[in-house]
Design a protein around this ligand. Structure first.
Ligand SMILES: Cc1cc2nc3c(=O)[nH]c(=O)nc-3n(C[C@H](O)[C@H](O)[C@H](O)COP(=O)(O)OP(=O)(O)OC[C@H]3O[C@@H](n4cnc5c(N)ncnc54)[C@H](O)[C@@H]3O)c2cc1C
Length: 450
């Protein structure tokens, strides 16, 4: 019998803080027991990592949640192949702490080290180097899955390949991931050589990215999404290469905590616009180059713990989409126009390039440009999000489910040409629909979902 507790477990955007029923197992046998219990609950059961997805993807209001964070053991490491076999609750921070000093690096990492490997598989996450190395699924050698029936199976590109492709980016709906075998790569240092330059406007950004795609391994753009007219799209482009040695013993950054929930009125277009302008000016006119610890380059937001409290009690949404190369300039331009016209106070938006489709049936990436930004919740925001969905669809793009809280079921279906294949795998692995989430119900990911 599992120990269930009732606790508030919202997404990272802190929108829905209703209490949920959750168990926090420490051993695989306890996960099995929790699944056996959870499948009988009205809303079914779902695994949850560290809750770094923004919307309702790791929320299961009417059902049960299995918190995987204590299954955090690194089970083996093979120096010959670079394969680390880890329990699904191991985080990127754990991998960095254990393997960086030994000269090994996880080749794909999202912008927070607090994400677990189970969460990384379930969203097929990408980093700032997607053009070069693809997404997390491309470096997953195999994974072990616990099905609602209690059966476990191993999936890899050449072993149960359809289960593998459904689980990569599958939002936790194919089963509870127990183990992930990830292929690490050797790194000569723990330091990044980072170049930053100011960008005038959106055309300047696209020209800079076209060049960066050929020359830089890592790249990311920060955009002032409140800037309008000729200044629309202004920001900073950051590119990074792994240094061939550490200039000094690297000191990983020490995080600080946001002590209180900010009042909602603190975030106005004026205050956020000021922050954005100051942020841009910290890079000198002629640009700059620096050597920084990898953690600071990969996880700039992790230095401020609980930063999501800045958005106050009402919480916030994150919108992230990708638009294919051919339409990207037009599509991103329309998105930024809609955002700045709505005066939706957003800290810096992020613009990155993606290199191609992922291995997962519902993977987010496609070759193109991805724009991501936070929007504090407010009365006009649902309408704005609906407009952004429309623009994304008009330009052949896709919205990222890890960040989403507002996509429509029709929009979701239109963005995923392999949804039929995904549903076919689900109907085999979970014929009674016992794995579910608020997002799965909202998007009607299962054909028969209410
Ligand atoms: C500051 C910040 C920066 C980010 N930057 C990026 C980025 O650059 N690139 C990117 O791709 N993403 C990014 N993300 C999103 C983040 O990487 C994903 O949401 C990731 O899935 C979070 O992992 P988690 O362990 O917190 O998972 P959760 O949020 O807890 O869960 C996410 C999904 O994974 C499933 N899941 C988790 N564990 C398991 C398991 N063991 N078995 C089965 N299913 C499981 C859940 O059911 C859910 O569907 C960022 C998020 C934040 C907060």
């Amino acid at each position: 019998m599992s120990r269930w507790k009732t606790i508030a477990l919202p997404g990272w955007g802190r929108r829905d803080r209703a209490p949920q029923t959750a168990a926090r197992p420490e051993r695989v046998a306890e996960v099995r027991a929790a699944v056996a219990d959870g499948v009988a609950a009205a809303g079914g059961v779902l695994a949850r990592g560290r809750g770094r997805s923004y919307g309702d993807q790791a929320v299961n209001g009417t059902g049960r949640l299995i918190l995987m964070e204590r299954l955090d053991r690194i089970l083996s490491f093979d120096e010959g192949t670079g394969i680390a076999v880890c329990e699904a609750g191991v985080t990127f921070a754990d991998l960095m702490r254990v393997f960086l000093p030994k000269g090994w690096l996880v080749p794909v990492t999202p912008g927070t080290a607090f994400a677990t490997l189970g969460g990384a598989v379930a969203n097929d996450v990408h980093g700032k180097n997607h053009d070069r190395v693809g997404s997390f699924g491309d470096h997953t050698a195999w994974l072990r899955l616990l099905l609602p029936s209690g059966e476990t199976l191993r999936a890899a590109p050449d072993e149960n390949p359809d289960v593998f492709a459904a689980t990569i980016g599958g939002c936790g709906l194919t089963g509870v991931i127990l183990e992930v075998a990830v292929r690490l790569v050797r790194t000569p240092s723990r330091t990044m050589r980072v170049a930053e330059r100011r960008i005038r406007d959106l055309d300047d950004f696209f020209a800079a990215f076209v060049a960066a795609r050929d020359t830089a391994t890592h790249s990311v753009g920060w955009i002032d999404a409140l800037a309008q007219g000729g200044a629309m799209g202004r920001g900073i482009l950051e590119t990074g290469e792994i240094a061939d040695h550490d200039p000094a013993p690297p000191v990983p950054p020490r995080p600080r905590r946001v002590p209180v929930e900010f009042p909602g009125f603190a975030l106005t277009p004026l205050s956020v616009g000021l922050f954005n302008a100051v942020y841009r000016r910290r890079v000198p006119e002629g640009g700059r180059e620096r050597a920084v610890p990898m953690e600071r380059f990969f996880y700039p937001l992790d230095s401020l713990l609980d930063w999501n409290r800045i958005y106050g009690r009402r919480g916030f949404h994150q919108f992230q989409c990708v638009i294919p190369d051919a339409d990207a300039r037009a599509g991103v331009g329309r998105l930024l126009e809609a955002i700045s016209a709505a005066r939706a106070a957003s800290f810096l938006a992020v613009l990155k390039t993606l290199g191609g489709e992922g291995r997962g049936m519902l993977s987010f990436p496609m070759r193109g440009y991805t724009l991501a930004l936070d929007l504090p919740h407010g009365s006009g925001i649902p309408d704005l999000l609906a407009r952004l969905e429309r623009i994304t669809l008009d330009h052949g793009g896709r919205i990222y489910l890890a960040k989403d809280s507002a996509l429509s079921a029709d929009g979701f279906a239109a963005m995923h040409p392999r949804l039929g294949d995904f549903r076919a795998v689900l109907s085999r692995l979970d014929p009674d629909g016992r794995l579910s989430s608020d997002m799965a119900r909202r998007l009607r990911i299962r054909e028969d979902a209410a």
